[in-house]
Design a protein around this ligand. Structure first.
Ligand SMILES: [Zn+2]
Length: 232
């Protein structure tokens, strides 16, 4: 099992890998240290659209062979945000993913069409739409950009019926799973903070939806994650 998006590096027993998402410079630097000390922890470096205070020009200095992805980055058009600054930070991180051939972890909330519009102009980019909430109809729009886009599905799959339909519409070779720990805890632990080990409940739910065994499901999803992040 691979948790492709966590902000927490504990409770990882039983997992093969955990991708540590970077939300700001401090986080990103910490991810590099974590990855250096534990082979299971893989570092992403990035600046989240709600954390665009740090200087974006500093991010490039953190990129090395050990980094598997740039992000999480993207657009979150909720109240009172500087949309233009978010777009600048997003595009800058897309450029880095391209330059260094890294996966891009995209955070997109209330900004699906703007996100798709931007990603469309980069054909040779690969990445994941983290915590995908674009609904059934936007799956196609992302798939049309290129063959390199994946959908990250989280613990809310265990309690949101709409997401079951979404998962049924995502091609099996484009699905990756993520906990987004400490957020989005799946059933049966919803009242507790989330941790990477809870990823098993999301794998189990996908196995039920696909009507496949846990082992077969795990094999497909882990291959997807390895392809996306270049994990050997
Ligand atoms: Zn996150």
């Amino acid at each position: 099992m691979i948790d492709t998006h966590s902000h927490i590096a504990t409770n990882i027993e039983g997992l093969d890998f955990v991708v540590m998402s970077g939300a700001n410079m401090a986080d990103s630097k910490n991810n590099l240290i974590l990855a250096k000390n534990n082979k299971k922890l893989l570092a992403a470096v990035g600046i989240h659209p709600q954390e665009i205070k740090d200087d974006i020009n500093d991010l490039e200095k953190l990129i090395s062979n050990g980094v598997v992805a740039i992000g999480e980055c993207g657009l979150e058009f909720t109240d009172n945000v500087d949309k233009e600054k978010q777009i600048i930070y997003f595009k800058k991180q897309i450029d880095l993913a391209q330059k260094y051939n890294k996966a891009l972890i995209v955070h997109s909330r209330k900004a699906s069409s703007e996100t798709i519009e931007i990603l469309k102009s980069y054909k040779d980019l690969r990445g994941v739409i983290h915590c995908y909430t674009g609904g059934k109809k936007r799956i196609k729009s992302y798939l049309e950009i290129s063959d390199n886009w994946y959908f990250g599905i989280d613990g809310n799959l265990t309690y949101e019926d709409g997401l079951v339909e979404v998962v049924k519409n995502i091609p099996k070779d484009r699905l990756v799973l993520e906990t987004d720990s400490p957020y989005l805890t799946p059933v049966p632990h919803r009242l507790e903070p989330n941790c990477p080990q809870n990823i098993k409940f999301i794998y189990q739910k996908v196995a039920e939806i696909w009507e496949m065994s846990f082992t077969e499901t795990e094999k497909i999803i882990d291959e997807n994650a390895k392809r996306l992040f270049g994990i050997k």
